[in-house]
Design a binder for this molecule. Structure first.
Ligand code: SF4
Length: 150
């Protein structure tokens, strides 16, 4: 890897674009992600920008217990994110279905059956600080060995 590429990777790992999707939640985890944007946690001071545009994302946050309507859509969102990229499951829902995973329920966890998931943040819901530290710890690994073929 060239020195220029290494520098680019370091810079990109400090300017992280996060796209988040809710694949069927109670909105508890959504609120904790939104709390990360508040002045108290101020996610942008770490160079993290949260939006809903997969084409500009580096990290995909997934919230919820995977309802059937997301069968093709989540894969479509994932495919639109340019490499390098990583998916992080937020809360217990994307891992186990949490309280939605009952007999007769249509939810289909874990989300890792549908797209590759690099990390998960357990909790119902997890705290904003836990969400923040997951993003900050996964970002350098996303960019560390990435090499653009030019
Ligand atoms: S993990 Fe808990 S708080 Fe988060 S979406 Fe599921 S049920 Fe709601």
């Amino acid at each position: 890897m060239t020195l220029l590429q290494k520098i680019k990777n370091i810079v990109r790992s400090r300017s992280i674009h996060v796209c988040y999707v809710d694949v069927g939640s109670c909105n508890g985890c959504d609120i904790e992600v939104l709390a990360c944007l508040s002045p108290r946690y101020d996610i942008e001071q770490y160079g993290i920008v949260v939006h809903n545009n997969p084409r500009e994302a580096d990290i995909l946050l997934i919230i919820g217990a995977f309802t059937p309507g997301w069968e093709d859509k989540l894969r479509m969102v994932w495919d639109r994110i340019p490499a390098p990229k990583a998916a992080v499951a937020i809360g217990n829902c994307p891992v186990s279905g949490c309280c939605f995973n009952r007999p007769g329920s249509l939810v289909d966890p874990p989300v890792s059956k549908h797209i590759p998931v690099a990390a998960s943040v357990p909790g119902c819901p997890p705290r904003p600080t836990e969400i923040l530290s997951a993003i900050l710890s996964i970002a350098p690994t996303v960019f560390r060995d990435y090499e653009v073929n030019q």
